[in-house]
Design a protein around this ligand. Structure first.
Ligand code: SF4
Ligand code: SF4
Length: 429
């Protein structure tokens, strides 16, 4: 098998195809801390793309409650178990000094591609470790919603169970869609060559005219985001709302400006920011400190990939929830968790400004600028390790620009407030 470089693992890895990369890559950051599980994103996607016969069970975007929820049921626990069985005791990270090529450390275990080396099935060599969910596992997409886990306190009660840095009783919402992976499992496994990654934006699509419904992609996608449709006998998946990315929605993009997807733009929790990052021919992200996604993911490492150890180099990134026990988060997001939470607990001036950009415009922000404002507050923060830190808050203005360098948003760190004159509004308080 050829060797490719996976920066999320901090090492080269085996993959069925040679390196080949788009010029821009679709990517997104989700701030788990802010999600209210309203499922607006889920329904925005469903009402746009999967409302037809044969698609009833399809949720290209879903929001599940961890640790028990999952769609299909137990998708992640099942694959983690399979990887452990393939490499008992070996699925481990090694700490190394963070570099651009290995920002989280080095993963010494086996990816879904490496776990099946020299394995064969009826069709020939296996391309990726995976499984086909049963019909039952595709039932009840929101099973275990808001089901918590945890322990009683010392005195046998639940008192004080929700105190930082880690709640004793906890759950959190995990928002999921296709990660438009750099090394997609679905694409690797397709015997028809029906799955391709677009060179202009890295969106992964299934060519419906080539697909014969073998479901190899459903089996091999570790995130279970390729789905089989019985009415057409083909597989389907998230299309990254590519007409919007191409700037073809006449209402949002009158001049062809790239716009964010439906699930992103509908989010009332303002947890989502999606965009495009520039990639070179070796797959390296081009350094661009003024691209908000580059800044959050590569510069500040506040947003982390979901199960990077699977090896597909997913392009969805998550700001981890502050209150969740760290061992659970580390198995899910890798060793970058402590660093990410520390930054989120007390964001500095630059970070606070960029965090304001979430859900301020439907057009994709390619560049931002910050205009300095006055200092408006000082807050004492208890950090996750118990130390105290003083956060200084400045009312800076952050400005976002679209692909054509036109200003599309201007907002301040402090939300503006309006006081209504009491003599005009009897209900004013
Ligand atoms: S729309 Fe936003 S807040 Fe609501 S469930 Fe989706 S990600 Fe969470
Ligand atoms: S998340 Fe799954 S369906 Fe999407 S690109 Fe990655 S492997 Fe393919």
């Amino acid at each position: 098998m050829p060797t490719v470089y996976n920066w999320q693992l901090g090492r080269p890895m085996s993959y069925p195809y040679e390196e080949s990369h788009p010029s821009w890559q679709f990517a997104f950051v989700f701030n788990i801390n802010r999600c209210i599980a309203c499922q607006t994103c889920t329904m925005a996607c469903k009402s746009t793309w999967t409302f037809s016969r044969g698609q009833e069970y399809m949720f290209w975007n879903n929001v599940e409650t961890k640790p028990f929820g999952g769609y299909p049921h137990n998708w992640d626990a099942k694959l983690l178990n399979m990887l452990e069985q393939a490499n008992p005791g070996g699925q481990k990270w090694r700490a190394v000094d963070p570099t651009h090529e290995a920002p989280y450390g080095r993963f010494d275990g086996k990816t879904i591609f490496e776990a099946v080396q020299n394995h064969y099935d009826k069709q020939g060599p296996k391309r990726a470790l995976g499984y086909l969910p049963t019909d039952d596992e595709w039932n009840a997409p929101n099973r275990h919603e808001e089901t918590a886990t945890g322990e009683l306190g010392l005195h046998g009660d639940w008192g004080g169970s929700a105190q930082l840095p880690e709640h004793r009783v906890w759950y959190f919402y995990l928002q999921r869609l296709c990660n438009h992976c750099t090394y997609p499992g679905c694409l690797a496994a397709c015997p028809r060559g029906a799955i391709y990654k677009r060179p202009e934006d890295g969106i992964v699509l299934i060519d419906q005219s080539r697909c014969h419904g073998y479901r190899k992609c459903v089996e091999a996608c570790p995130y279970k985001k390729a789905m089989y449709r019985t009415t057409t006998q083909t597989s389907e998946k998230c299309v990254g709302c590519y007409p919007r990315i191409e700037g073809r929605d006449p209402l949002i993009s009158p001049n062809g400006e790239p716009a964010e997807t439906r699930c992103m733009t509908s989010c009332p929790g303002r947890i989502r920011l999606q965009g495009l990052v520039q990639v070179d021919s070796n797959g390296k992200w081009k350094a661009d400190r003024w691209n908000p996604l580059y800044y959050l993911i590569r510069e500040r490492r506040i947003a982390l990939p979901l199960y990077p150890q699977f090896g597909t180099e997913p392009n969805g990134y998550y700001i981890p929830p502050r209150w969740v026990p760290r061992p659970y988060l580390i198995q899910m997001f890798g060793p970058g968790v402590e660093h990410a939470i520390e930054q989120y607990a007390c964001p500095d001036r630059d970070l606070l400004a960029v965090l304001q950009l979430f859900r301020t415009t439907q057009q994709i922000i390619f560049r931002y600028e910050v205009e300095k404002g006055p200092k408006v507050a000082e807050i004492e923060i208890t950090m996750p390790d118990g130390s105290l830190r003083t956060q200084e808050i400045y009312n800076d203005t952050v400005i976002g620009y679209n692909r054509f360098n036109v200003e599309v948003v201007r907002t301040t760190v402090e939300e503006p407030t309006f006081e209504r004159p009491a003599e005009l509004h009897v209900n004013s308080i």
